[in-house]
Design a protein around this ligand. Structure first.
Ligand SMILES: [Zn+2]
Ligand SMILES: [Zn+2]
Length: 256
């Protein structure tokens, strides 16, 4: 069964990725309103009834805003680590399915493998989703490309990788000093250069699709993120397709 995915939204105002294998699917995070999530699914011809669960990477509002309403509407559970679930607000009557970093589980015909990432949340995870022998790796809120992250993302046919900010735009931008420090810390977000460095280590023959994610609206531009990643791919001799995910529009639907 091929693995298909679509980034419904990406950025500090809301994150949500649809991933399906055959007629079953999961959402990775639901940081849009339930209404907006359903509208974007419909716009891409993706059936909400295929969705069997929402997998929560961490409790920040740009990842969980729509979880309660959407899980109620679709009668689906939320997968989250115990600490993430404890830290998640606004979850009344949502059924929680526990997961743990380092332990794979099966959901909607997809093997879900969460792994720890360095980010300022209770127990944040990145994810590798596998079906039909191919994997999608997702790491969008992390301050450092640790060895654990590189280990888990190696060999994925598709990667959704954070390219949050351009270091110069962040340094010269209007964020207060404490917030600049938070963003660039090892528990914040990856810059374009850090994202491209990580990508360079993950390039392999079977890498087909790269999606740059969680771009800052204030401290980045799509062309800068794209240039950093494209230089890296070209330098590595990779012909993987590159897409820059947006806050306002869903991506193409990619089939691996
Ligand atoms: Zn985020
Ligand atoms: Zn976050």
């Amino acid at each position: 069964m091929p693995l298909t995915f679509c980034t419904l939204a990406s950025g500090s105002k809301g994150n949500c990725i649809y991933v399906s294998a055959g007629d079953q699917a999961v959402l990775i995070d639901c940081g849009l309103s339930a209404k907006q999530t359903l509208l974007r699914l419909e716009a891409k011809g993706l059936s909400p009834h295929s969705i069997k669960a929402i997998i929560i990477t961490h409790e920040h509002s740009d990842h969980v805003r729509g979880v309660r309403v959407l899980s109620k509407r679709l009668r689906i559970p939320a997968l989250a680590t115990g600490a993430t679930w404890a830290a998640t607000k606004d979850k009344d009557a949502v059924r929680h399915v526990p997961m743990s970093a380092g332990r794979a589980l099966e959901m909607a015909g997809i093997k879900v493998h969460p792994f720890s990432v360095s980010h300022d949340a209770a127990d944040p995870v990145g994810l590798v989703l596998t079906a039909g022998g191919v994997s999608l790796g997702v790491a969008t809120d992390l301050g450092a490309p640790t060895r654990l992250v590189r280990h888990h993302l190696a060999g994925c046919a598709a990667l959704v990788l954070e390219h949050n900010h351009d270091a110069t735009m962040l340094a010269e931008g209007s964020y207060p000093p404490w917030l600049k420090q938070r963003v660039r810390s090892a528990h914040g977000h990856l810059s374009n250069d850090q994202g491209a460095e990580l990508l360079a280590e993950l390039v392999h023959q079977g890498l087909k699709q790269v999606v740059l994610a969680h771009l800052s609206e204030q401290n980045n531009r799509p062309d800068l993120a794209r240039d950093a990643a494209q230089n890296c791919l070209s330098g590595c001799g990779s012909d993987a397709d590159l897409w820059v995910a947006s806050q306002e529009q869903p991506s193409d639907v990619f089939t691996l």
